[in-house]
Design a protein around this ligand. Sequence first.
Ligand SMILES: C[S@@+](CC[C@H](N)C(=O)[O-])C[C@H]1O[C@@H](n2cnc3c(N)ncnc32)[C@H](O)[C@@H]1O
Length: 280
Amino acid sequence: MNASQRGAWERLGQENPYYGVLTSALYRGRVLAGESREQFFSSGENDLRVMLGLVERHLRKQRRFHRALEFGCGVGRMTLPLAAYADRVVGVDVSAAMCAEGARNRDAAGIKNLVFTLPEHGLDTDLPPYDLIYSYNVFQHIPVAEGLRYLERLLDCLKPGGVAALHFTCVDPRPAWQARGTRLLRRIPLVRNVMNWINGEGFSGSAMQMYAYPFEQIMPRLQAHGVRELACDLSDHDGWRGIVLCFVKPLYSPRVAGGLQVEEGEEQQPQQQTDAGRSE
Ligand SMILES: C[S@@+](CC[C@H](N)C(=O)[O-])C[C@H]1O[C@@H](n2cnc3c(N)ncnc32)[C@H](O)[C@@H]1O
């Protein structure tokens, strides 16, 4: 992600954090109150229920996790309800302003077992691994090559035996000429600015760009970690068709010579993590 995209998410987090998560006119503005706020957070509960339903239906019965991570958590729409299913929850987002708003929402809800932080802290492989990792509506906004690197990092941070549910958009609904034309036009600075403005992101923002991930590039990364079985739900957001991939990371990983066994109860203690918007 280039500095301008990162800056655009930061700006959205400062000026329009809820709209940056769900692009509906209902959610415009710096703060959200009343019915819109209720609707926003109940949509998060619903989406989380669907995600955990997929995990439960296909992969394992129990729904209690020790350490859970949401990648690209925004203002905590789905992270807040996750706190009821895990001992410790980490929400990771590239925008410190989104993290800070998430922390305010957490405090308002009286939740104690949740921190919000930047990827460089929450995806540190020296931390104890997570036994649940999920991400929804996030990879689609990250350029493919970078998103695939994040996928590898998430796989590294997942505990052997842990479960992941990751959402990718795979099909760009635009005709090829239009998709290519838009990409080319976006390279021209002034034209890009006007396109951003038309999309309601302000003149210089470019956060909400969409990327389609070729499944054949996702598959080998999963296989490198020994993943052989997948469960999935299909998604369709205005013609951008995608997939929520749900899988267990096997105890034996081809990336680690001789496999990797983790004894229950052998985990290190969590290291200090802080909300990105707060001083350490
Ligand atoms: C559309 S919002 C979805 C938020 C949340 N997953 C939800 O559904 O409520 C996308 C989020 O991904 C975050 N994001 C974008 N690129 C990211 C990256 N490279 N690493 C982590 N977070 C990122 C944005 O800051 C934004 O909060």
